[in-house]
Design a protein around this ligand. Structure first.
Ligand SMILES: NC(=O)C[C@H](N)C(=O)O
Length: 240
């Protein structure tokens, strides 16, 4: 089967001066993921690699470049899912790691659970030998500026939520297996402990060999209302 990978760097507004960097970020991610597929690798490895690449890229709202919560901290959510057996792993409100998607994968493969949050995710990551990094390494000038602007009395937080998007990827490998991965810093100036759609199976992503794979981006609280990723696959199953 001919392998396929599709990635997104969010569906938010992209400022002119960021356009080139954002474009090369998604191209780099897709090439890394596709490289794995071309060598006969799995859809799961391909989506993880593509998302890692965008987590490492400060132009996206995931990993380095994540938006900040109300206290000016980075709290990230991520999910990965294997369409072959419906196995999935996710983390929410994780701090001080470069690649939340890696921990999501470890949750899937090394635990009996599907979602670990905050401190529990942190302890698990430590136990798995995932290196901790200083929070400053995840914070960009742009995310700090956005956070400060949102604190101003006349700010329009709705406007700022349009600026940046979550990252994600879906892939089909030569064996006919599909997978999805999604990663985000969430919403600007969100409440501490807010968990968005990205960490929730069926909302931030879903993969099922029977129907396909989806990775979502946008306003998490709206996405969760309709369990969007699963809803998309439902419509695909119906042939829509
Ligand atoms: N920009 C985004 O896609 C945000 C993400 N869906 C969230 O609500 O956490």
């Amino acid at each position: 089967m001919k392998p396929v990978i599709v990635v997104h760097g969010g569906a938010g507004r992209i400022f002119k001066e960021q356009e080139k960097a954002c474009r090369s970020g998604v191209v780099r991610a897709v090439l890394r993921g596709y490289g794995i597929l071309k060598r006969g690798g799995t859809a799961l490895d391909a989506v993880e690699e593509a998302v890692r690449s965008m987590e490492d890229d400060p132009h996206f709202n995931a990993g380095c470049g994540s938006v900040l919560n109300e206290k000016g901290e980075v709290e990230m959510d991520a999910i990965i899912m294997d369409g072959k057996n419906l196995a999935s792993g996710a983390v929410s409100a994780v701090k001080c790691v470069a690649n939340p998607i890696k921990i999501a994968r470890l949750v899937m493969e090394k635990t009996k659970h599907v979602l670990l949050t905050d401190q529990g995710a942190h302890l698990f990551a430590q136990a798995m030998g995932v290196p901790e990094i200083p929070e400053e390494k995840l914070i960009t000038e742009r995310s700090q500026e956005r956070w400060k602007k949102n604190l101003e009395p006349d700010s329009n937080p709705e406007e700022f939520q349009k600026d940046l998007g979550t990252v994600g990827a879906v892939a089909l490998d030569s064996e006919g297996n599909v997978a999805c991965a999604t990663s985000t810093g969430g919403l600007s100036n969100k409440l501490i402990g807010r968990v968005g759609d990205t960490a929730c199976i069926g909302s931030g992503g879903y993969a099922d060999n029977y129907s396909g794979a989806a990775s979502t981006t946008g306003h998490g609280e709206s996405i969760m209302k309709v369990v969007l990723a699963r809803l998309i696959l439902y419509h695909m199953e119906q042939g829509h």
